[in-house]
Design a protein around this ligand. Structure first.
Ligand SMILES: [Zn+2]
Length: 625
């Protein structure tokens, strides 16, 4: 799942700047479109292209083009074809706002419609017929209709009978029919299910072509990446993602692309349909090496957690080694995973989990809509997660942009001036990263009833407690590694920066799991006097905070290990809330017009790679001559 997708933005500004085109599509009267657009800070997505080889530059151009095609598919899933959506919008500001929202609903303002003529955003996006209700489908067909890589649409006469030529007209060559499954409704009508590879066939062929060109460009330098690109292209056009997902997890390549229908945030009706998106990435190898080292300390860190042994089962580093063949496939070790609905899968000897750092050079589709993701944990398939693990990718340049444009300005308003010097990007980056690593610490199953998972025991409240645990144990890891001499700077940097980033996260309310987690930590620190609210801002007592963080870590691990639902409910009720005094402070941020999020200036041109695109075009022209 991606972080930062569930922001709620409370609209305080009431300035009236509506689009004033004399005809065409207009903004809702009184909707502050210009103000809302200005609340996003535009940043350029760049990477050091001097570190890229010629082949990598060529490959990157095609990866971006593939991503752009995925973007067009997302438009159709969320609203309608992009060119049609923007048709008739004369006002540039309004046009840009529709573009960044992928439609006429304001994503960071509870999806309020801002274009005239539109009501509430359909919960089911374009994945289902208008006003679709799954209860109108006979129960035995429901599961099939919820397939993640398919759309549901009304069955029209045109679907059943191809249009007949009029008198005197030559009969046209029939188009290849869409592969659809028909389902009866309880009221006697019918609906159709169409898988993505059929429904979006034309768009997906273009994605495939770019992926294949990217593979050709890179194959001499990085054979395994080229193999992945071809396998992924086949996945996208066959609707079968399992094998290329596994291949992706084994990659160590310099360039990377996450592409396909992945997250299900856009389907707010049933939460099962996946949206197209793409991240084009350039790996930060230097950071990758550091991370591997930190991960290797996990067993030692787990052993040192200040809690009874039962709440910190031994983590072993000796989980075996995977052998790969020359095409990057895991070599057979005898054990197979046999699960209905999945192809026969080789059981790995060790988890494929990776913690990696990238620069993101292109965001497309779902991940580019609304709040921008700074860390991605994939794949989402729970079977793959169980047997192969996940890859947690930190997007360093986007993280840096959010830090500079949002976290830092917020701190300048809310943190005591004497501690401003401690608010540093390196500390922010480390905190986010160790949060991710810390998800691997603690217990997964209850201490007394070891068959039951913590997730099962805590139900809906699990996520908030798990996120809080990751925050707190992440900070605990930072402290331990700092004491070992593995981290630079001063410990104050990490602690003060931690408190500063809480303000960024809770700015949009404590509704999400991350928001609640942040408030539990913040209120615990405030109640125990480690954070003091003064006239000039919040002051952090680092020495006291160290002890309180350890105590809170133990408290959370006990709640998890005991599966203590009542204890969790009490904690959330008392500490998972934004108190009035903080709310007043947060209001200062609105007044100061600190950006709510970032938008990107991105693409081939932004990266200075236009020549690689044009060279190719002119080469084609020459061939034609
Ligand atoms: Zn987390």
């Amino acid at each position: 799942m991606a972080l930062n997708k569930v922001y709620r933005f409370v609209l305080i500004a009431i300035a009236v700047v509506s689009a004033s085109a004399s005809f065409g599509q207009k903004a809702v009267k009184g909707y502050p479109v210009a103000e809302r657009l200005a609340s996003y800070k535009k940043i350029s997505l760049k990477t050091d292209t001097s570190l890229l080889s010629e082949a990598e530059r060529k490959c990157l151009v095609h990866l971006i083009k593939a991503a752009q095609k995925a973007d067009e598919i997302f438009w159709k899933q969320a609203f309608k074809e992009k060119s049609k959506a923007l048709e008739g919008i004369k006002n540039d500001t309004l046009r840009r706002f529709v573009e960044i929202n992928y439609g006429p609903w304001d994503r960071l303002n509870d999806d309020k419609p801002f274009l005239q003529g539109y009501g509430a955003k359909p919960k089911g996006g374009n994945f289902y017929p208008e006003n679709f209700d799954i209860n109108t489908v006979p129960p035995n067909f429901r599961e099939r209709l919820m397939l993640p890589y398919s759309i549901v649409k009304p069955l029209s006469k045109a679907d059943l009978m191809p249009p007949q030529p009029k008198k005197g007209e030559k009969p046209k060559m029939p188009e290849r029919p869409m592969m659809m499954e028909r389902f009866p409704l309880l009221n006697g009508n019918e609906i159709a299910l169409i898988e993505y590879n059929s429904f979006f066939e034309q768009d997906l062929q273009l994605v495939l072509q770019e992926m294949m060109k990217a593979a050709t460009a890179i194959e001499k330098e990085d054979k395994l990446f080229a193999i992945y690109l071809r396998e992924r292209a086949m996945s996208i056009t066959s609707n079968q993602y399992i094998l290329s997902d596994i291949k992706w997890m084994t990659l160590k390549s310099h360039l990377d692309i996450v592409i396909g229908p992945i997250e299900n945030y856009e389907d707010k009706l049933l939460g099962t349909k996946t949206s197209f998106e793409a991240y084009v990435l350039v790996r930060d190898r230097e950071w990758g090496v550091k991370l591997e080292k930190y991960v290797s300390y996990l067993p030692e860190l787990q052993a040192n957690i200040p809690v009874e042994a039962a709440y910190k089962p031994i983590i072993s580093n000796n989980t075996g080694v995977n052998q790969f063949d020359e095409n990057g496939n895991i070599m057979p070790s005898g054990d197979m995973i046999d699960i209905p609905g999945y192809p026969p899968l080789q059981k790995p000897n060790a988890s494929l989990s990776q913690l990696a750092v990238f620069d993101a050079v292109y965001y497309a589709g779902d991940c580019n809509a609304g709040s921008k993701t700074i860390a991605v944990n994939l794949p989402n398939d729970e079977v793959l997660q169980k047997y192969y693990g996940t890859r947690r990718s930190q997007l360093k340049n986007t993280m840096k942009a959010k830090f500079e444009e949002i976290v830092k300005p917020i701190s300048q308003i809310l943190v005591d001036p004497s501690q401003q010097k401690n608010i540093l990007f390196d500390a922010f980056f480390a905190n986010v990263m160790f949060h991710e690593v810390a998800h691997g610490l603690g217990v997964k199953n209850l201490v007394k009833d070891t068959i039951k998972t913590v997730r099962e025991a805590l139900g809906a409240d699990y996520s908030a407690i798990e996120e809080c645990k990751a925050d707190v144990l992440g900070l605990y890891m930072v402290t331990q590694l700092f004491n070992k001499g593995e981290l630079t700077g001063s410990l104050d940097d990490y602690y003060v920066t931690f408190v500063s980033s809480v303000f960024r996260s809770v700015r949009f309310g404590a509704a999400s799991a991350h928001g609640k987690a942040n408030m539990i930590t913040f209120n615990t620190l405030l109640n125990s006097g480690c954070i003091v609210s003064g006239k000039k801002g919040y002051y952090v007592n680092v020495v006291e905070m160290k002890a309180v963080i350890e105590k809170l870590a133990a408290e959370l691990l006990h709640l998890q290990g005991d599966g203590d639902q009542n204890g969790v409910a009490k904690m959330l009720q008392e500490r998972g809330i934004i108190k009035a005094s903080l709310q007043e402070d947060l209001a200062k941020l609105e007044k100061a017009k600190i950006p709510v999020d970032i938008i990107f200036d991105q693409g081939i041109d932004t990266l200075g790679l236009k020549a690689y695109d044009e060279n190719e075009k002119s080469a084609v022209k020459k061939e034609k001559k």
